[in-house]
Design a binder for this molecule. Sequence first.
Ligand SMILES: [Zn+2]
Length: 429
Amino acid sequence: MTVLIQNAHILTMDHRREIVGGALLVREGKIAFVGEERDLPAQTKADRVIDARGGVVMPGFINAHTHLAMTLLRGYGSDLNLQDWLFQKIFPAEDRLLPGDCGAAGDLGIAEMLLGGTTAFLDMYMFMEETAEAVKRSGIRAVLSRGLTAGDAFEEKLAEAVRLHTDWHDTCDGRIRVMLCVHAEYTNNEQTVRRIAEEAKKLGVGIHVHVSETDSETKGCLERHGVTPAQWLDSLGVFDGPAVAAHCVWLTPQDEELFARKGVSVVHNPGSNMKLASGVCPVQELLNRGVNVALGTDGASSNNTLNMQKEVYLAALLGKLSALDPTAVDAYTALEMATVRGAKALGIDDVCGVLREGMDADLILFDTCAPWWSPVSDAAAQVVYAASQEDIRLTMVRGEILMEDRVVKTVNVAAAKAAVEHAVEHLYE
Ligand SMILES: [Zn+2]
């Protein structure tokens, strides 16, 4: 299938910060041309021609930290701090999860992401084979990690994480990849973290981990181990290979330096951090040190949505407010965090994250007919500060149109909603 998108503003998100007024050609799942219409090779034939009507085409959003199946617990226990929310509300509800619940939540969460222009995500949760099946069905791209915590069943859970790798890594033509995961310092011990780091090294995969999300986590770690969570995890080998550290709100300058030195990617989750009043990730400082910073929604239970356009907006505004500097986290940088930097964090930047010939066609199209788009003087700023996710007209992964005109093509949304609402009956107290 060949698709030609014409009459578009194209935000390529490559390092030249190029915005091209022109056309984009997709052939066999890959980008075959990006540029001005007059440079399109003569006799270019397409099975489908889409008139963007001056709309904005850019790489799809990459949600670099989420817990997809927590869509089941959307908004459950709102307006609490992280520890109370997690230990009083979430963990007890999770003990009541039944097989099938996470698959239904996966379908619903993926439908929400496709409607919001997300083309890839990094997940951390349990019942991950159900999530993998949902990813397979839907056509979206994902990197999956089974959440691991210390406890009686640790070795069993670790074996499950390794099995997820055996069964799903690099499947669906590479659309699904698998990482290992340390849930967090405060839910693990020295022995479990060492075991996970060892297995990750053996499998040659990265590690996904929550780091210094709250002040109390960081202070507790200092009491328990005499060092910060970042330093403790590092001492156990977690950052010896590729690693993705979510939240990173309470980092010391030494932690920041460690992440720069070891090439650890940080995932900023502004909506979740603000709602739980956890604090502010020092995004601009990390970027200045050369740390790769990506963007995530966190789960829908703490964020309430998986809306990446909203996170981009929050990241730019919170970055400026916290630095008291309007030049901090500029619009283009916020979009890089949601695209090319996300791809780098997930280790999928070889195939997506920028719109360039030869890359997979993972992209979105914003319709710009609404009044809040007019006039467009700076397409990147408009996407960050003015756009709404409802303006997204098309979401494509590897050349497949998965959402068009606000209709998800690969998920039965009504059925997914019904299944999730049914599951909630046994999950809530
Ligand atoms: Zn999280």
